[in-house]
Structures are given as structure tokens and as C-alpha cells.
Design a protein around this ligand. Structure first.
Ligand code: PLP
Length: 372
């Protein structure tokens, strides 16, 4: 490892497209997807619909747009939507669920474990606001689930848990959207096909540009009626692209390698164990996200950066993520570099006061959490 080369563990979105992806992009068969349909985009959409157990699907440039389209198709003014606290649609999409889709957010506590809600909580929240009988009450219209749950630390919801929460929502006459930006990670961690995790969902969004490593692209899946409406909504949002097959081609290559995510998960486990040995307070990772509890978040991120490891922040925690462009060599080097920082010098809970935060490299503002 070149000691001058920073190891970037901020997100699994920092990867460069592989040579196979670049070749597929160069060779992609394309057409104008706004006028007609682009054949490579269509192939990707059909492939993903099949994997998710949906009738049809639509390519979108980002996961945020995929979520927004799903929410716009179901929500209107005077309606609310439920989502587990810290959900991407609540905290990391600039409130578009409210001001573009028109739904009032109703965050639910993680009463089913980190990142998870129970059927009971969904039933209660749906009835709470709906059954007061007042014409002035918000009407709960949708439940948005997230698997894996990013800000809870890449936590996984199992098929039976997902299905029972979705069933409770449907019984309360809510639509169900699944934000599955990292559904691939959940499927690999559980050893089940992704379609086993979408039961009862009306719409599902997945990203190709997270752990799968494509440079661009997400997909939103649902019924044929939904995708027809979704195509109009995508155009409305400025997401109608022309020869998008160039990007979809990379997505098709990315999908061939879903099983590789197991390597990211194993590296996250190695990283967490090494950090714990070195005295850091670490959440046990379920997938490729490692969260650290530190007293001085900004100072610790700056100290890591000075040591040559780039870290992010989410929900008040320091976040490290493994991805396609890091190997066991990088993780070993990262642990060595972080070992030199040491939890005591960065104000980890129970440690002496922080010594960091005054370096000229330290950003003036608290680290932002707009991490994918
Ligand atoms: C990254 C992410 C998204 C979508 O992000 P984009 O950057 O817009 O592609 C949606 N949901 C979750 C949980 C995510 O982690």
C-alpha cells in the first residue's frame, strides 16, 4: 500500500466502473428512450423486474428519483406516509416526499430492532391518524420501508419480518414502497433471492450504483400501470434521458456480480473486529456498513483523514463502508492507520477530552450526512 494513498471508506458509491462495465458502455446498443425506448435500458428494466418479482420496472438516474417517483404516484396533499426513523426518504432527500410528493412524513421508532418497525406499530400509526373521524385529520396513505436500513448501520430485514409488516400496512389500506437501495446486500447477507424481500410491496427502488458499482443508475419496479405513470413522472422531474443504454449497459454488468457483495460484508466484519480490538466502540455490521460511536465526530473524521482513511458521518455516528475498490490489503492498512489515531486521542466515549478539532484540515462545519 502506498502510504500516501488515502483509503476511501466514506461510501460504497466511490467506486470506479470496472473495465467490463466500460467496455459494455462503449458497445451498448442504444436508441432515444424519450421518443421510443432504448433497447439496453429496456433489457435492464426487464432483468431487474424479474429479479424483484415485479411485472415491470423503469430506469432512473438516481435512487432518490426512484423513491420520489414511487411516492409521487401514491401520495397527495392531505395524506401522510410512515417510514422508520432515519429513513433516506425522511432525512436525505431534501424533503421532496413532502413538497413534491405532497405527503406529510410520519417517522416510526425502530421498535422491531435497528432500522425495523413492527406490524403492531404500523397498524397503530395508520389507525391513530385515520380513525379519529375528523375531516381535518391527515390520511395515512403509504408505508416506506428501507432494506438494508442505511442510517441504522446497513441492517437487514428478513423475508418473514418484511412480509408481516407489509401485510399489516396493506390491511390498513396503505400502499407499500420499499427503498431497496441496498436490497442486494440484504439478499446476499440472508442468502435469499432479492424477490423474497419484496413480498407485499407495491413499488421497489434499487440502486445499481452502490455496492454493485455501476457509475449511474437505479430502477423503480412495480405494476405495468405503475411504470406507465412512473415514466411520465420521470419526465416531469427531468429524468427522461435519451441514449441511456450507455449507462444501463454498466448496470447490466453490475447485476452479474451481486454475489460479490459477500466479500464486502466479510471485510466489514474484519474491519469492525479490528477496530474493537483497538478500543473503538463499534456496532457489529450486518452488511457493508460499520458504525462507530465517537464523542467528537468531526475531530475523529479529521484525525482519520490525516492518518489516510476517509470516513463519513451518519445519524451522529462515524461511518465506514467497504466496497468493490477495497480489498483485505486496504482494510489491514486502514486498521493500522486508525490504530495510530487511537480512540483515546479522539474523544471516544470514556476517553480523555478530544485533542482534535483545531487542525487546519478540520472543516468549519460539522460533517454533513448527505452520504449515499
Ligand atoms: C443511496 C440511497 C438512496 C438513493 O441515493 P441516490 O444517491 O439518489 O442514488 C436511497 N435510499 C437509500 C437507503 C440510500 O442509501
Amino acid at each position: 500500500m502506498d502510504p500516501a494513498e488515502p483509503i476511501d471508506l466514506r461510501s460504497d458509491t466511490v467506486t470506479a466502473p470496472t473495465p467490463a462495465m466500460r467496455k459494455a458502455m462503449a458497445d451498448a446498443e442504444v436508441a432515444d428512450d424519450v421518443l421510443d425506448r432504448d433497447p439496453t435500458m429496456r433489457e435492464l428494466e426487464e432483468r431487474v423486474a424479474g429479479l424483484l418479482g415485479a411485472t415491470d420496472a423503469l430506469w432512473t438516474p438516481t435512487g432518490s428519483m426512484a423513491n420520489l417517483i414511487a411516492l409521487m404516484s401514491r401520495l397527495g396533499r392531505g395524506e401522510s406516509f410512515l417510514a422508520p426513523l432515519g429513513a433516506h426518504v425522511l432525512d436525505f432527500e431534501l424533503g421532496t416526499a413532502a413538497w413534491l410528493a405532497g405527503g406529510m412524513p410520519r417517522p416510526l421508532p425502530h421498535d422491531g430492532g435497528p432500522g425495523k418497525v413492527t406490524p403492531h406499530a404500523v397498524r397503530r400509526a395508520a389507525v391513530d391518524t385515520a380513525d379519529h373521524g375528523s375531516y381535518a385529520a391527515l390520511r395515512p396513505a403509504l408505508l416506506c420501508l428501507e432494506n438494508t436500513h442505511n442510517s441504522a448501520g446497513g441492517t437487514v430485514t428478513a423475508p418473514e419480518e418484511h412480509a408481516s409488516v407489509a401485510a399489516a400496512a396493506r390491511a390498513a389500506r396503505l400502499s407499500v414502497h420499499l427503498d431497496g437501495a441496498r436490497l442486494w446486500n440484504a439478499a446476499v447477507a440472508l442468502g435469499v433471492p432479492p424477490g423474497a424481500l419484496t413480498v407485499g410491496a407495491d413499488t421497489v427502488a434499487v440502486c445499481l450504483s452502490k455496492g454493485l458499482g455501476a457509475p449511474v443508475g437505479s430502477v423503480v419496479a412495480g405494476s405495468a400501470e405503475f411504470t406507465e405513470q412512473a415514466r411520465r413522472l420521470r419526465k416531469m422531474l427531468g429524468g427522461g434521458v435519451r441514449q441511456g443504454g450507455v449507462m444501463a449497459a454498466a448496470g447490466l454488468v453490475a447485476l452479474e456480480d451481486v454475489d460479490r457483495l459477500a466479500e464486502d460484508h466479510a471485510l466489514a466484519t474484519t474491519l469492525a473486529a479490528g477496530l474493537r480490538e483497538r478500543g473503538w466502540r463499534v456496532r457489529e455490521p450486518q452488511t457493508n456498513i460499520v458504525l462507530l460511536d465517537v464523542a467528537d465526530l468531526r475531530g475523529t473524521i479529521a484525525a482519520f483523514r490525516e492518518a489516510g482513511v476517509r470516513a463519513g458521518a451518519i445519524a451522529g455516528k462515524l461511518r465506514l463502508m467497504t466496497h468493490r475498490d477495497v480489498s483485505d490489503r486496504h482494510i489491514a492498512a486502514a486498521l493500522e492507520r486508525i490504530g495510530e489515531v487511537g480512540p483515546a486521542s479522539t474523544g471516544s466515549p470514556g476517553a480523555p477530552p478530544a485533542q482534535f478539532g483545531r487542525s487546519r484540515d478540520v472543516p468549519e462545519q460539522a460533517p454533513r450526512t448527505a452520504l449515499g
